[in-house]
Design a protein around this ligand. Structure first.
Ligand code: FES
Length: 580
């Protein structure tokens, strides 16, 4: 192992570009084929810009332009920027689900960072899985890193009203099923929703994870909320290019920023913004890469004294553009920090503390960002963790997006082994369901589907929608889109595909949900459940080769972040063996 020590005055990249003889010539000569002058090899920090750009990931399609702004900043600060592609995961197109590939992106990006002559890295993300995937990669690789998310789309507009991406689609699907909208109206409406570059502009998973990156201290203040087409998005990207050079000089690695305190800050911020339940899985996975102790129950404990302050779809009324103009995430974090609900001394990429970053951050619209004294929703209304004989490993529910009258509910189960099975009967006028029915959709967990798709918030049976019923309890071992709403119990662990109790439920069984008591109970005697277990057969393996096989062999449960067992932890980015 030929290690270049810092005592020798070199950077990591100097092992490649500062080397003598044939080795150094090879490394420099091929780079010069791009027309760089020799000065770029003078020992300045080499900054990788990992971009998840792709025309197959529409939310990230402008990241090339963002990368150009980052490059300006890196050059300005005396660094040498090099853009490289990382796997682009487009939520809307990838099948069976983009989540099947989050860990693959994390693995690919980690190895690219480690294998190349980089001293620091800027992470360009946007669509849901690209943000956690790149943060996981940076956490494991251990080089100084900063994130720049691509920003939300402009607000959708349809018939004079705001429409939120994702959230409106769920509503229109129900309206279509209930006969309140025609196919022609839907076709027109879909063109009014996604009307600019950027990721979903509701408080869906992309906006949530952008906010989490900022709350963790991994992206610059306000970076989560500038719209994708706003000049300040590009100004912030240029600033990030300058900042990463400083982070390299100061040797500030992700592990120094993403501490236990930073994760606690992020969890509380997620409650305050009414963020996606997907943040639970992603934050657990990122923490797992860093060896930061973080458990599912921490999410429940930490949100109990945090009210929801931000009035955004799907829990509320407004959109990310409104959130930006109201003051953005710093205005929310200031509110929490002043109430002692954040660790104000946590370090951030600015090399200043969270408290310093958000001190004095103004709020310009108290309808969008409500004050702590008069919150949009009361303390403890964020994502709750449920346990019981139906979810011994835990399950979650987003209270702020649920119906208050269903948070304590007992009903009979109507069970389906896949969302596809349910869709076969969703329009059946004779379906045996009423307002008290609890819809169980299973075999949708990380191994089961595979990849844990966002299918838990299936639409109500058309028969109920036509009767004016807008919500029933749904229980699933899959996930729910951050843009969705409803009384939906998610991430049931252990999942049905590994023999979790969810696999033993039968249509007609009674189930009790008690969110205030944090319980989820299958009212079936233990002896009967044991008898059913003897009859249970695991489902056939979904794949016998390739990535899906590797994934299903090694993926862990949702309660620990659904990372692969051999990817947890970090191994840093040492200089490797010379083989050229
Ligand atoms: Fe990309 Fe919603 S589909 S963020």
């Amino acid at each position: 192992m030929a290690e270049l020590s810092s005592a020798a005055g070199g950077r990591r990249s100097a092992f490649w570009f500062g080397a003598d003889g044939r080795s150094g010539m090879n490394h420099r000569a091929w780079m010069r084929s791009q027309g760089f002058t020799p000065e770029v090899f003078d020992g300045r920090p080499v900054i990788g810009i990992a971009t998840t750009w792709s025309e197959l990931a529409p939310c990230n399609v402008h990241l090339h332009r963002v990368a150009e702004s980052v490059k300006r900043g890196v050059w300005q600060a005396g660094g040498f920027p090099l853009e490289f592609p990382a796997m682009a995961l487009g939520e809307t197109l990838l099948r069976p689900t983009a989540m099947l590939y989050r860990n693959l992106l994390a693995m690919e990006a980690e190895e690219l960072i480690r294998a190349n002559p980089l001293d620091g890295v800027v992470l360009l993300s946007g669509c849901d899985k690209t943000t956690p995937g790149l943060l996981m990669a940076a956490a494991s690789a251990g080089l100084p890193a900063i994130m720049v998310t691509g920003g939300p789309m402009l607000s959708g507009k349809y018939q004079g009203s705001d429409v939120g991406s994702g959230t409106a689609v769920w509503r229109w699907e129900e309206d279509l099923l209930a006969g309140r909208m025609t196919q022609e109206e839907c076709a027109f409406a879909e063109g009014c929703m996604a009307r600019s570059n950027g990721h979903c502009m509701t408080m869906g998973t992309a906006s949530t994870m952008a906010s989490m990156a900022e709350a963790l201290g991994m992206q610059l203040p306000y970076s989560a909320t500038w719209p994708a087409v706003d000049a300040r998005r590009y100004e912030t990207a240029q600033r990030a290019g300058q900042v990463i050079v400083d982070l390299v000089e100061a040797e500030v690695t992700p592990a120094k920023i993403m501490t236990r305190e930073a994760f606690e800050n992020a969890i509380r911020v997620n409650a305050a913004i009414g963020g996606s339940t997907n943040a639970v899985i992603h934050l657990l996975a990122i923490a797992g890469r860093l060896g930061v102790p973080l458990a599912l129950d921490d999410f429940d404990q930490l949100i109990r004294d945090v009210p929801t302050l931000v009035n955004l779809m799907p829990s509320g009324k407004y959109l990310m553009e409104d959130f930006c103009y109201a003051g953005g995430l710093p205005a929310v974090m200031r509110e929490l920090a002043e109430a002692g609900l954040l660790h104000g001394d946590a370090l951030t990429v600015t090399q200043r503390s969270v408290g310093e970053n958000v001190s004095g951050a103004p709020c310009w619209n108290r309808e969008v960002i409500t004050p702590l004294a008069e919150p949009f929703q009361p303390a403890g209304s964020g994502t709750a963790v449920l346990r019981g004989n139906l979810a011994p490993g835990g399950a979650v529910i987003k209270q702020s997006a649920a119906s208050a009258h269903l948070l304590r509910h007992r009903g009979r189960a109507l069970v389906f082994d896949s969302p596809e099975d349910y869709y076969k009967v969703v329009a059946d006028p004779d379906i045996d369901a009423d307002a008290d029915t609890i819809l169980v959709i299973r075999y949708c967990g990380p191994r089961g589907y595979p990849g844990m798709p966002e299918v838990s918030n299936v639409p109500l049976p058309a028969k109920l929608l036509k009767a004016g019923i807008r919500d029933i309890v749904r229980i699933c071992d899959g996930r729910m889109s951050g843009t969705a709403y409803g009384t939906v119990v998610l991430h049931v662990t252990p999942e049905a595909a590994v023999g979790g109790p969810l696999a033993l439920v039968r249509t007609g069984d009674w189930i009790s949900l008690d969110v205030p008591a944090r319980t989820l109970t299958l009212d079936v005697p233990d002896e009967e459940l044991q008898a059913r277990r003897l009859l249970w057969q695991p489902p056939p393996a979904p794949a016998s080769r390739g990535w899906t096989w590797l994934y299903t062999q090694h993926v862990q449960g949702a309660d620990t972040g659904a990372d692969l067992d051999f990817l947890t932890g970090a191994s840093g980015a040492p200089v490797g063996r010379e083989s050229h």
